[in-house]
Write a protein that binds this ligand. Structure first.
Ligand code: SAH
Length: 275
């Protein structure tokens, strides 16, 4: 089921408006070198305004983490690799059409959604998390990066949403309303399928960040994926400079509506995963 190399390079990455340099950018050409190398590897050249955005995001994350527990990854170099590079590993698996809507499910401190949005200013991103303090941090961060204001960066606005994804997936106006759902480090594949497939339209895409040793776990979710309207998953193995291990992106195309009874009420999917 490996379709590595089958996905086209992403032609939609654009630059954004130039803002004044941040203090970190003045550190010189080495700034975010690993993230820039990884971007090159996936076929996207990061321009200076985007390097600066990543630098500000890193600094905001470090400052936010000093106030509350946002992420276990706090070291600047680790943030660059384990959050930025790892998020960019999914860039080529994101559909290339301009202006697609994307929901990041259980986004935490904004991953993988925010790096995707920095790389793809055309996407309409919604960041969802159940924890209010994280969503408040995200609101501040999105505003500080100028991502909520289309006039400021010529990109699509980023929205935040606080709630349990099972409840959001049962809301009439939100169900089946996105083109793409992203999910990293929230749940197993079967649970992720129950969280994400109801959210996307028929023809839409679910993209999951998995580990190289999770092939078995992915395979056991095939029945759940079928039940929820998904096609058999395709996997893409991505190796990027700095990442300690290969990333496996699982891509599921939704080919039929998800039956009305899914997602089950809040908490049930995680407690009793479909099989
Ligand atoms: N995706 C981020 C965060 C992973 S931690 C990253 O990869 O860094 C898991 C996050 O998912 C937590 O912030 C938690 O609040 C959120 N979460 C877990 N279950 C959820 C649910 N059912 N609905 C919404 N958010 C959920």
């Amino acid at each position: 089921m490996d379709d590595a190399g089958a996905l086209p390079p992403n032609p939609r990455a654009e630059d954004v408006g130039r803002a004044p340099p941040s203090p970190t950018e003045k550190r010189g050409n080495g700034e975010l070198a690993a993230a820039r190398a990884a971007a090159d590897r996936v076929g996207w050249t990061m321009r200076s305004a985007q390097v600066e955005r990543f630098a500000r995001l890193r600094d905001l994350l470090i400052a936010g983490n000093a106030e509350m527990n946002l992420t276990a990854i706090v070291d600047p170099d680790a943030i660059e690799i384990l959050h930025f590079v790892d998020s960019l590993a999914g860039l080529n698996a994101l559909p290339a059409e301009t202006g697609i809507s994307v929901v990041d499910v259980g986004t935490g401190a904004g991953f993988p959604g925010l790096p995707m949005r920095i790389a793809r200013p055309d996407i309409w991103l919604t960041l969802v998390d159940a924890t209010q303090k994280k969503v408040r941090y995200l609101e501040r961060t999105v505003a500080a990066l100028g991502l909520a204001d289309p006039a400021a960066d010529r990109g699509a606005p980023v929205a935040t949403l606080c709630g349990r994804i099972e409840a959001i997936g049962r809301e009439r106006r939100r169900r089946a309303s996105w083109d793409v759902a992203l999910l990293r480090s929230v749940s197993s594949t079967a649970v992720a399928a129950e969280y994400c497939l109801p959210l996307v339209r028929v023809g839409g895409t679910v993209l999951l960040w998995k580990k190289a040793n999770q092939a078995e776990e992915i395979a056991t979710a095939r029945g759940a994926i079928r039940l929820l309207g998904g096609r058999p998953p395709a996997t893409l193995r991505v190796r990027l400079p700095g990442l300690p291990e290969d990333r496996i992106l699982v891509r599921i195309i939704k080919e039929a509506p998800t039956p009305e009874r899914y997602p089950r009420p809040v908490g049930v999917a995680a407690k009793q995963p479909l099989n």
